[in-house]
Design a protein around this ligand. Structure first.
Ligand SMILES: Cc1cc2nc3c(=O)[nH]c(=O)nc-3n(C[C@H](O)[C@H](O)[C@H](O)COP(=O)(O)O)c2cc1C
Length: 394
């Protein structure tokens, strides 16, 4: 069991707010797959624009979401109510609203609490409902038509104002899902913490643009949209960036973190926890490859915990933070790349890096000059037989 903001979770797995959590049938699937929790599809009192899912997908890289069908409040309340009655999932309810209308935020939160939600997840992340409608035209990010999402999450005062209202309104925990589209997420997370937020949720969701057809006037390759907006990025290309966001928040606040962004394997989930997350979220990987992704992650994490002799996920949360230093505190350790000649097949991949003078293929084997080795580690990454490793000298 994991205690997150006073709510008990049977494991760290939360299925992230998305089409995976937009209807009751999917919540049932999420539970069957082994998830402990879901974050329901984003709810508005009235959504600012309707549309079916439109996204650009590049396997092994990411998906850029231009828009998705959100839920109006009635649909969302029904979903939460049924979700609580028909599953034993813990439910985060993902809501957003015009950031200048506090009554609207309070109404959304109160209604979802009454419907049975376990936690409020205030959406200050979605780039589609703010950044892409305003910034692209060069307009001010804050306007009277601001629809929440990432625009709100860029403004520490607004975050604080909304968190305070939510905290005054509901008894269930208030978690803020913050946009990564800021200079320092530590600042916005701190604003949420100081205002009384119980937790914070992190995802890639960087505003991004898709590949275009270079033989067709630069038209975006995906066909079911008449153009493109700065969409929200999900998937493996965001993973390392999300580690950084989570670790930054873990260092700068005491907020318990729900960490997601590009988590495809159970090892990814464990790493996210080691960078500071208490719970993890998954979306794109399950949208690409099915519910079995979640099952494998849950089983894999549990097996890992047993094998490593950990009795509680809190024992791994933030373990890697001890290695996080400012760059001025880093010391380069002396060392160089070395070759295991038995394993080397002389393919020459390691000889290619354009910046390197250290590696040569001699008699069909890699030979490395320690004096010339810069220590970049690229040859180790390129080697198909794992014949190269970085040697650390005393
Ligand atoms: C199609 C799609 C729709 C999404 N809709 C929402 C949403 O309604 N609310 C929200 O907070 N996040 C939404 N997200 C973001 C996900 O919840 C998740 O945080 C993000 O995709 C990062 O995780 P991933 O890399 O595992 O996909 C959506 C993502 C996708 C792919």
């Amino acid at each position: 069991m994991i205690n997150y903001c006073g709510v008990e979770f049977k494991n760290p797995m939360v299925v992230a707010s998305s089409p995976l959590t937009s209807k009751i049938e999917r919540l049932i699937e999420a539970e069957k797959a082994g998830a402990a929790a879901v974050s329901t599809k984003l709810a508005f009192i009235r959504q600012p624009f309707y549309g079916k899912l439109r996204m650009h997908t590049y396997l092994n890289n990411g998906s850029i979401i231009c828009y998705d069908r959100r839920n109006d409040i009635e649909e969302s309340l029904k979903l939460v109510d049924e979700g609580k009655k028909r599953t034993s999932l813990k439910i985060f309810t993902n809501i957003t609203h015009d950031s200048q209308d506090m009554d609207g935020w309070a109404y959304l939160a109160k209604k979802h609490e009454e419907a049975g939600a376990d936690l409020i997840e205030a959406n200050m992340v979605c780039p589609n409902i703010g950044l892409s409608t305003k910034n692209i035209r060069g307009e001010s990010a804050i306007s009277e038509h601001e629809h929440g999402g990432a625009v709100t999450g860029q403004n520490p005062e607004r975050i604080a104002q909304i968190v305070k209202v939510l905290k005054e309104t509901v008894k269930i925990p208030v978690v803020v899902k913050l946009t990564p589209n800021v200079a320092d997420i530590g600042v916005t997370a701190k604003a949420a913490e100081d205002a009384g937020a119980d937790g914070v949720c992190i995802a890639g969701a960087q505003s991004s643009l898709p590949l275009v057809d270079i033989y067709n006037e630069g038209k975006p390759q995906y066909r079911l949209l008449n153009g493109v907006s700065h969409g929200s990025l999900g998937g493996p290309s965001t993973k390392l960036m999300c580690f950084s966001l989570v670790a930054n928040i873990a260092k700068k606040t005491n907020l318990p973190i729900v960490g997601g962004g590009g988590l495809e394997t159970w090892q990814d989930c464990i790493m996210m926890m080691m960078w500071g997350a208490k719970l993890v979220t998954v979306c794109t990987a399950a949208m690409w490859y099915g519910w079995e992704v979640i099952t494998k992650q849950v089983i894999g994490m549990e097996k890992y915990m047993q094998e490593m002799g950990y009795s509680d996920y809190s024992q791994i949360t933030g373990k890697s933070l001890q290695y996080l230093r400012s760059s001025s505190e880093l010391e380069a350790l002396k060392g160089w790349a070395t070759v295991n000649v038995e394993k080397c097949i002389g393919c020459g991949k390691c000889e290619k890096p354009a910046h390197c003078d250290a590696v040569k293929i001699v008699n069909k084997k890699a030979v490395i000059d320690p004096e010339k080795c810069l220590g970049c580690g690229i040859c180790e990454a390129l080697c198909p037989t794992k014949a190269i490793s970085m040697y650390v000298a005393e």
